[in-house]
Write a protein that binds this ligand. Sequence first.
Ligand SMILES: [Zn+2]
Length: 73
Amino acid sequence: MKDIHIDMLNAGWEGDPNEYLKIRTKELEDAKSDILCPNCLVDMLIQESQEDLSCIHCGFDFYRINHNTVRYK
Ligand SMILES: [Zn+2]
């Protein structure tokens, strides 16, 4: 998971950082998969693309192997 501030710079956001955080958090909520993070077992993985998933809680990134299996990057 990229740092939210770097993320914000990359996106060229020039408004209120809190506003960006709110939008980004909403996006992440919408992107949540039904796979529980195999590393921390605390939160569901966020689906960043078809094969890329990551955990907001522990920050680990994973590849999707099939519909319910992931492996560490
Ligand atoms: Zn995790």
